[in-house]
Design a protein around this ligand. Structure first.
Ligand SMILES: Nc1ncnc2c1ncn2[C@@H]1O[C@H](COP(=O)(O)OP(=O)(O)OP(=O)(O)O)[C@@H](O)[C@H]1O
Ligand SMILES: [Mg+2]
Length: 262
């Protein structure tokens, strides 16, 4: 069975960067990768993944945000009980070399209000998405913890919290672990960590708070440049750590019994 990973953490900590790095490592391993952009506020992920334009948001399948709001009371936001990648209408899924990108929806107008309907859609979609043996789904979450209140993580196997060197980021990761409350496996990935001493210090700090660290991504000029120019994140020194995190998760998955074969 495939694996569903969500990447969360503080605003600007590097969630989309980690999603892109994990996606390209999984792609290089020969896995089919499905990236789900569940962050309603930011719109740059498609560029980081090397797409010229984003797919039409899934929200449009349901008549946009207005239509979605009207349907919220119904238990089935999406009609199908199981959704396979190949059944998603082509305009809602962008493909590139074994990599697929989906977007839940974006808040485009300032006064559009609460993102809740999109949170519900994210949860329903992620829950219903059925992955094949060689598929992996990576969900880019919005910053903060609001989405946990909407139960978005219920269909997720592994939650990764990105932790940058700040107390706020550390505290948020601890809080997220509390909210995930043992429903899924939970790990931290450090980001923007440039010395072994700092990595050791943050790892110890996280361990004190009951969170294990599985990788420490350094500040990478290539990642910085990609962010500045709005292009695909290359496979530089940050990738090696993302690969470490992915290898760890895949070996855990095999240990649990499911075999995610390359
Ligand atoms: N390891 C890194 N090395 C260099 N630059 C980095 C690194 N990680 C992230 N950045 C840069 O920091 C900025 C924020 O990263 P990113 O967009 O991945 O964060 P985010 O958590 O997804 O933010 P948001 O909460 O706004 O969605 C980007 O410009 C990115 O290029
Ligand atoms: Mg982001």
């Amino acid at each position: 069975m495939g694996m569903k990973i969500s990447v969360c953490g503080k605003g600007g900590s590097g969630k989309s960067t980690l999603v892109s790095l994990l996606a390209s490592e999984a792609q290089a391993m020969g896995l089919r990768v499905v990236v789900i952009d569940s962050d309603e506020s930011n719109s740059g992920l498609f560029r980081m993944l090397g797409f010229a334009r984003p797919p039409v948001p899934l929200m449009e399948l349901l008549g946009g945000k207005k239509g979605l709001k009207q349907r919220m009371g119904r238990p089935d936001v999406l009609e199908e009980t199981r959704i396979y990648v190949e059944n998603i209408p082509p305009q809602h899924i962008a493909h590139r070399d074994g990599l697929a990108l989906l977007s839940v929806g974006k808040i485009l107008q300032a006064l559009e209000g609460c993102a809740c309907p999109m949170g519900v859609l994210s949860r329903e979609f992620v829950n219903k998405l059925k992955l094949r043996e060689n598929e992996i789904a990576i969900v880019d979450m919005e910053a903060g913890v609001e989405h946990f209140g909407r139960g978005i993580d219920t269909g997720i196997d592994t939650v990764l919290a990105v932790v940058e060197p700040s107390l706020e980021s550390i505290i948020l990761a601890e809080k997220i672990k509390g909210l995930a409350a043992g429903r899924n496996s939970f790990w931290a990935v450090l980001n923007k960590v440039d010395s072994e001493a700092l990595a050791a210090r943050l790892t110890a700090e996280m361990e004190k708070r009951g969170v294990d660290v599985i990788a420490a991504i350094p500040t990478d000029p290539e990642v910085f440049e990609a962010g500045l120019e709005g292009h695909i994140v290359g496979r530089g020194k940050a990738s090696a750590e993302a690969k470490k995190a992915l290898d760890f998760l895949l070996s855990k998955q095999r240990g649990i019994g499911g075999d995610l074969c390359a």
